[in-house]
Design a protein around this ligand. Structure first.
Ligand SMILES: C[S@@+](CC[C@H](N)C(=O)[O-])C[C@H]1O[C@@H](n2cnc3c(N)ncnc32)[C@H](O)[C@@H]1O
Ligand code: SF4
Ligand code: SF4
Length: 313
């Protein structure tokens, strides 16, 4: 049963990020129109959808974003939580859309990318948009029922305790959530397979220490710490080494052309009309396992639901 979908609504992007090559894409001819998006979300495959994460590219570049969100709300009435991911280029539009989302969904989370202190953020993003980030975070944190999250992606340049502390302090200042992940390569999403993004073991150790000291209450970051320290993610791999990731069964990734994949690392598409969960075999064709928030959170939620059910019986 698909509960969680990350939908990249466009590959258009106005940044020039060093770690992500989506901005280099120039052919947008197969991007779904609003009515095609309506058709997609009308399928029974999405009827149990609970959480939608809108991403891109830069999703706020789509002029019809409002229509897309209203349509998803109409076609999938069980969706109660929406994530809006942005590089903060369009603060006024983002604020309006946030207001709209609070009237449609129980939870609205605005996830704003900030990759470190001002010069480093601007350097990594290839555009000077640090001030837009601050302006958006400041204003959005004042909207009732909108949760703001500062989201940092770590590569060699910004994987420093100073940058981590800086973004964490800013999050605190605006009562925002704070999360980060290591930059990774993905042929099918970030289109950056040729990049070498691995940070040194020494830096990873520093990150593990940072999480231990500062992020005790963040379930995903605790798992990331465990992964750095032991090289294992028990949530994804069981004792026998069998993959128990729920990609394609509990959560999916949707490309701008409407192709539905188990996750952003996967080359496979799911036949949403003749869906057979048992056909989704993981780890054979994609790089696996990963340790990204979009995989971990749906599995944490799934386990909580399972425990709740067991408690009742
Ligand atoms: C691809 S962006 C799309 C939304 C928006 N354009 C933005 O930058 O926030 C979604 C998230 O992926 C992160 N990201 C970019 N490149 C990445 C990479 N190579 N590995 C992991 N995360 C990455 C971004 O920092 C951002 O937080
Ligand atoms: S991370 Fe976001 S802003 Fe940067 S190139 Fe990728 S899609 Fe664009
Ligand atoms: S790459 Fe990650 S999200 Fe994708 S199937 Fe493997 S563990 Fe799951």
């Amino acid at each position: 049963m698909i509960r969680n979908a990350t939908f990249s609504i466009t590959n258009r992007c106005n940044s020039r990020c060093r770690i992500c090559n989506i901005w280099k894409i120039s052919d947008f001819s197969d991007e779904l129109s609003v009515s095609e998006i309506g058709d997609l979300f009308s399928k029974p495959f999405f009827e149990s959808l609970d959480t939608i994460s809108i991403t891109g590219g830069e999703p706020f570049l789509r002029d019809d974003l409002k229509d897309i969100i209203c349509l998803i709300n109409k076609k999938c009435p069980n969706v109660r939580r929406i994530f809006l991911n942005t590089n903060a280029s369009f603060p006024a539009k983002a604020l309006k859309i946030c207001e709209l989302c609070t009237s449609l969904f129980d939870e609205t989370i605005l996830s704003v990318s900030l990759d470190g202190r001002e010069p480093i953020h601007n350097e990594l993003r290839g555009v000077n948009n640090y001030h837009n980030v601050i302006s958006l975070v400041e204003q959005a944190s004042g909207i009732e029922n909108v949760k703001v999250s500062l989201s940092m992606t770590l590569s060699d340049r910004n994987c420093t305790v100073e940058d981590l502390q800086y973004v964490r302090e800013l999050a605190k200042k605006y009562s925002a959530m704070f999360s980060f992940r290591f930059a990774d390569t993905s042929e099918f999403y970030y289109r950056n397979s040729e990049l070498s993004l691995t940070v040194s073991d020494e830096k990873k150790k520093m990150v593990a220490e940072f999480i231990k000291e500062n992020c005790q209450d963040n379930e995903f970051l605790q798992i990331l710490r465990e992964y750095i320290e032991n090289g294992k993610i028990p949530l994804l791999i069981d004792e026998q080494g069998k993959n128990r990731c729920l990609a394609g069964r509990e959560f999916v990734f949707i490309h701008p052309n409407g192709a539905v994949s188990p996750c952003l690392y996967s080359s496979r598409t799911i036949n949403t009309l003749h869906y057979r969960a048992e056909k989704i075999r993981l780890g054979e064709k994609e790089k696996c396992p990963c340790c990204t928030d979009c995989a971990i959170y749906p599995i944490i939620e799934y386990q909580k639901r399972k425990l709740k059910k067991e408690d009742k019986c």
